[in-house]
Design a protein around this ligand. Structure first.
Ligand code: ZN
Length: 255
């Protein structure tokens, strides 16, 4: 009995992370929802009782960011020094890089750990009514399982974005496929930085179950991406994977 309990206690300690895993699991279920037709974004809220926030939520993502209020936000401290990726997966809904360990950010005097990042094309969030060709979402969770998403919007450029080069080489082209990644594949990611210029708002997951209470940090700096790289993402995704911008309602965006 004693040994059974000692097995159980560590399981209880990791429970907060289940919130994130179950959100990721629904994102991975290729069946239930899609980006077009009868299971498309306009119908997500009706597909399952668990997806209610998709139609009833008042703090949904993405949004069109304009008229942000200057609140002199504190810099976000990134520590991706020991970043070790695990795999790159074509989920059918996105291209997702799962992280084994080593990435964290400090915000609100709390530490959030990088769990995965994934891509949307075209961008989901818009800035001053402008859409961008690609958006990356870096999904972090703190020890309570609360989420903080850092969004990077990419703009069209003439040169390859070096940080994406080795990921693109391993990119699985068909839904359900995946490839292993090693630390070298994220070598060119910026390791330690303090970012001052960003927009902040309170939002949701942009895929079912559209859970709210997600802290959003949209970077103002927009790295470039070549046409060739963008086409590679679009070829693997097979279809646009952006949810349309949602009403701001009572929220404010700060910067
Ligand atoms: Zn996303």
């Amino acid at each position: 009995m004693k040994s059974f309990l000692s097995l159980l206690i560590p399981a209880l300690l990791i429970t907060p992370f289940l919130t994130l895993s179950s959100a990721t699991a629904s994102e991975n279920e290729a069946a239930k929802w899609s980006y077009s037709g009868a299971n498309g974004p306009a119908h997500w809220g009706n597909l399952s009782p668990e997806f209610g926030a998709c139609k009833q939520g008042k703090n949904q993502s993405p949004i069109d960011i304009s008229a942000a209020i200057n609140a002199k936000l504190k810099p976000i401290k990134f520590d991706y020094a020991m970043l070790v990726p695990e795999s790159i997966v074509n989920t059918g809904h996105s291209i997702q890089v799962n992280i084994r360990s080593g990435g964290s950010i400090k915000i609100d005097d709390d530490e959030f750990f990088l769990k995965q990042f994934h891509f949307h094309s075209p961008s989901e969030n818009m800035i001053d009514h402008v859409s961008y060709p690609l958006e990356a979402h870096f999904v972090h969770a703190n020890e309570k399982g609360e989420l903080a998403v850092v969004a990077v919007l990419y703009q069209p450029g003439n040169m390859d974005n070096q940080a994406l080069t080795s990921l693109l080489k391993k990119m699985p082209m068909n839904s359900g496929d995946s490839s292993r990644l090693s630390a070298e594949d994220t070598q060119l990611f910026e390791r330690n930085k303090s970012v001052k210029n960003y927009f902040r708002y309170s939002g949701s997951l942009t895929t079912p179950p559209c859970t709210e209470g997600v802290r959003w940090f949209v970077m103002q700096s927009r790295p470039g991406l070549s046409k060739r790289q963008l086409l590679a993402f679009q070829k693997a995704l097979k279809h646009p994977n952006n949810r349309k911008v949602q009403p701001l309602n009572a929220r404010i965006v700060t910067k």
